[in-house]
Design a protein around this ligand. Sequence first.
Ligand SMILES: [Zn+2]
Length: 450
Amino acid sequence: MKKKIVYILAAVMGLMVASCESEKPAFTLSQDTFNDISPEGEVLSIDIQTAGDWTATSINDDWCSVYPGSGTGNGTIRIEVEANLSQDRTGSVVVYCNGERTNINITQSALPAGQELTYRIPLIFHVLYQDANDPYQYITLQRIEQVLDKVNQYYDGITIASGGEDSQDINLEFVLAEADESGNLLETPGVEYIEWNEMPINCESFMQSSNERILNLMWDMNKYVNVMLYNFADVSGGTILGISHLPLTVQGANQLEGLQTVAYTSLENENLGYPQCVSINSLYFDEDTPQGYYNPLDANVTLAHELGHYLGLHHAFNENEGNTCVDTDYCEDTPPYNRDYYILSRESFIERDENGDIIGILPGVFDREDCNTGNIFTSYNLMDYEFSYADRFTPDQRERMRHVLEYSPLIPGAKRTAGTRSVAPQGVLDIPIIYKVCGVGYHQTCVKSK
Ligand SMILES: [Zn+2]
């Protein structure tokens, strides 16, 4: 009999506990409705109060990302809402806790027609090193910040070398990534250090590689531009300073000429099967250009130039072999010139020592002859080099880069096609790998079929 009473008591107490729990909500959120998110994008921060386990999932993860995806107890949920170039939209993040569910609702209008978005593109520098004590391998965050500052000046249209006019503000800022792919804040923003058993590395093999270890280095290309820093293996005939893939373009109405086409507006890293990225030769990453001097190894120019390729620019000069005069960069405001002819004719403006090393140059070395009109012009273009003031882009180049930012798959930032994006296909696409090789005494466009 006693036993029975104990059972009944326990059952009653259990009921009391259960009813107390059901009266108190499993969790509370500091805010669950956001009606007026800026078209330029915003980062939202929401406090969750609970004693239980919870999950937070975005229903619209192509423009609204949530970090972290789960937690226990009190915490903060961060929601990153991308800029909106397509149409007004609503989305939600679903929070589950102890069997209860609440939606965080988000409404965002589109950027008004005629208004231009300022892109902020996160870079992640993957520093590959074999010897952590070698300053030419283990590049410091401080040096990366210095170079990126200068690169951003070039993209802001601030002419550094020549103090000239007509430079273009691309309305684009490169920023060091603050968080990793899971939303964890990085100890060194924008930089990860990776021990690598091979150094130097053959950069062309790297850019074509389907090796898992190399592919695994890559962070989500839809969110970051991956910049690899490593020692390049020597090549004959010159020095390679940087190398970059060209972006893809979506075939159809918004196709951009001079790029490899694909049928999909949306792709994932796994669809390429090669590491679409920028690689910079870290052996020259300490090089700057002192005032009133010309340094073809300048790392600031190299990174700005390679990012130009990554955003769809070709070299400003005639890239065709031979003597035909063809404009090969799809930009009418960058006059083509015959590169082979220039390299021969510029010798009269270069002073060399007995070993053939350059000890002085005359201003004529910056002159080019437009192979269509015969007009002489000065080389100021970042996509030209050796020897160029290399500190600006033209309006046509600006238009190409903006087009890639607004439409190309696997390029971070808001897309005009966001409302109608297809789902990424499965598996590796059968497309050639196209990249530009750039350096002193060296330029090449390589097209490799898989
Ligand atoms: Zn180049």
